[in-house]
Design a protein. Structure first.
Lengths: 157, 157
DNA sequence: TATTGTTATACTCTATAACTATA
DNA sequence: TATAGTTATAGAGTATAACAATA
């Protein structure tokens, strides 16, 4: 009944649709391996950062500390990570990849790379460049200017 | 520890990061209104299509029929939609917006428009055009060629 | 006092399987 | 036989609040 009427709205629409599609694909693909997107995002974050506290992970992934406890529990049960004592803060634990976890995380990174290659395979480099720079720009606007939907709503007037 | 090493991977990375950010913002913004992203996506779909069966909604949103039952239950409880009898198929129900639901859905559309305007405000039209066409291209590749992460994995070799 | 992570509790989303009513 | 939607059941993600141990 209502169609996007300006190019900005159309772009956001398309972006959200794509995110939904990719997320759905990711979810089903991972479920087949006994993983979930949330746990994988933890796994990736640990691969990227090395041993890291649950607090840092919770902040990075925008979830509560309680939630992170559950996610790490799941990964520990799957023997993908261990909880190691923090050397200088006895309250904290360092979430650390096991060999199995490292292998799994690296495989996931390879999968994502192969996927990216397929996705953008027949795209001229110039277009990919513009695409990436726009994404960069938008992420910065979101991060640095505290841009939110709530803020947008206030400006509607 | 591992950084994206080619532009395609970097672009996908950035895209997924952006989707995560926007999704988180959406979730918290909607929670304040007693809604969820899943229920809102149903609401939007009904606004776009008009009265529609749960089966169609389930297919459009890539969820199971059982799941759609629960989502519609929630919207009915919030008096945003009603279940009306299908005129020619007595098995099916037509999910239909109430006046309250119509108002809410239209407000959500306005919010998203305002957000899109803020997000892309200072972007040259040409760049926005390229950005949108790349998104279009990628969505088509996903939809039409059955491109999936699983498929990408097989091609890793 | 503030912070890290946990236990307690509750709600939402998601899925599979079995079932009813209808096509 | 096939389809639309529900009931039954189960698991995962998320959040708030209260708490213990430590900073």
């Amino acid at each position: 009944m209502i169609e996007p009427s300006n190019p900005r709205i159309a772009a956001l629409d398309r972006m959200l649709e794509l995110a939904l599609l990719i997320n759905h694909d990711l979810t089903t693909s991972l479920a087949a391996q006994g993983l979930s997107t949330s746990r994988v995002s933890v796994l990736w974050e640990v691969l990227r950062r090395g041993p890291v506290t649950q607090r840092e992970l919770a902040d990075a992934l925008h979830v509560t500390a309680r939630n992170m406890t559950g996610l790490v529990d799941g990964l520990v049960a799957g023997q993908l990570v261990t909880r190691e004592p923090h050397p200088s803060d006895r309250r904290a634990t360092l979430v650390t990849l096991t060999p199995k976890g490292t292998t799994a995380a690296q495989q996931l990174v390879r999968d994502q790379s192969a996927f990216a290659d397929l996705l953008f395979a027949d795209l001229p480099p110039a277009e990919l460049g513009t695409f990436a720079s726009v994404l960069d720009h938008v992420v910065n606007r979101l991060n640095e200017h505290g841009l939110t939907i709530a803020a947008a709503r206030k400006e509607e007037g």
